[in-house]
Write a protein that binds this ligand. Sequence first.
Ligand code: NOJ
Length: 477
Amino acid sequence: MSLLHAAKIALGSLVKAPHPPAPPRSGLAPLPPTRQVLPSGFLLGAATASHQVEGGNDNDWSEWEKGSYPDGKPHIKHRDVSGAACDSWNRFSSDVALLRELGANAYRLSVEWSRLEPEEGSWNEAAADRYLEWMRMLRAQGIQPMVTLSHFTLPRWVAAQGGWANEKTVEWIAAYTRRVARKLGSEVDLWCTLNEPNVLMAFGYMKGEWPPGLKDGKLGLQVLARQIRAHARMARELREHDTVDADGDGHATRVGIAHHVRIFQPATRSPMDRVMAGFTDRLFNQLLVDVNRTGRIQMSVPGMADMDEAVPDLKGSYDYLGLNYYSRDMVRADFSSPTLSRQYVAEGRPVNDLGWDIYPEGLYQALKRYGRAGLPIYITENGMADGKGERRPGFLREHFEALVRAAHEGVDVRGYFHWSLMDNFEWAEGYEPRFGLFRVDYGSPDRRRVPTPAVATFQELARGLGLSPQARTDDAA
Ligand code: NOJ
């Protein structure tokens, strides 16, 4: 079974197949008020990423969108390009106003490596100053930043030298991390090194749907290992160079990773379906959790990799586990398929606009399971594509309830970040999917942010935690 197969299992196209419906969620004991269940200092926020909202970026994705890669094809649905995106680079204060309107006390955002280091060895101090100003603006308004250092994009000079296929990227991203830690460390305590290394491996290096567009299972595996090594180096840089305890809570630096986890469920009770679901789960979900405990990268995929490597600084490199949770897949063994299995969304399941199963119970299951890793957990992303915005309130309420239930049963969960604060550039899917709590009117000159019905739901959750949503003034709209 090759890793390429495994990745396809994990992320392959969704195919409808019959499956018994999920068990009803009735019979659950009512929960005490959230304030009594969740720890004090619980972070309730929203998340975005630089390339998806800032606008005007110049990185490997900008090239990919334009079709400048060797195949010369535009790669984004409807030939969209990220372009001006939400223009957050110029409208950051209005984004902060949105967070205040929500009653959020935290914001997960990323800083853009290609802006800060547009050429090898260069440094854009003006861009760094702007990020520093943003962090100060957030903190001044009671909003704790969680900063992601690399959310999928790479500077063009890194991509031109192979990107994650090149071992030197580990040192390059470590050097970049050191500079960011020194610059922003006075205002930032919560760091997220990398976003979804498993997804980047699969889409960029195995399925060929994201830059650099490669379809090489063996290389994909090496890329995953390289990102893990990079994370360990970045964690060390953050601990050595951001020594300031910005919020005075006794923790100067907390480092984690945003790890995409999915629920993989055998489509039937057949032993083969179970084996394939288990295999996929270990490779896609468990591996990135285990590395923190073992300090080793252990992967054994026949014909593809046989790796058992001790990595310096890896053990204990997570101060928290960040989980991005969206959905569930049914896995069915299928030996007539080159992937040996297929993924299914069960017939009749509620799905989002991208066809993903809406399965709040999965968030509870993930929290219970990964809570056993003995680390505090932040839900670093959770959300749904919902163009009409009508189903997001229910989605948000049910997922948050799943989190509260897990916390009530003892899971140490410290925060929840909804994806996303506003609609944004959804990678290969372009601008069509709308994940925002605020709808972005891309046609208006000021990229107007319009509240969707889920804003009221979020505000309710915020009030339940003792936070106070603030009305937006018109000039912040
Ligand atoms: C996870 C990714 O981190 C984010 O960039 C993306 O937009 C959301 N999932 C939704 O697909």
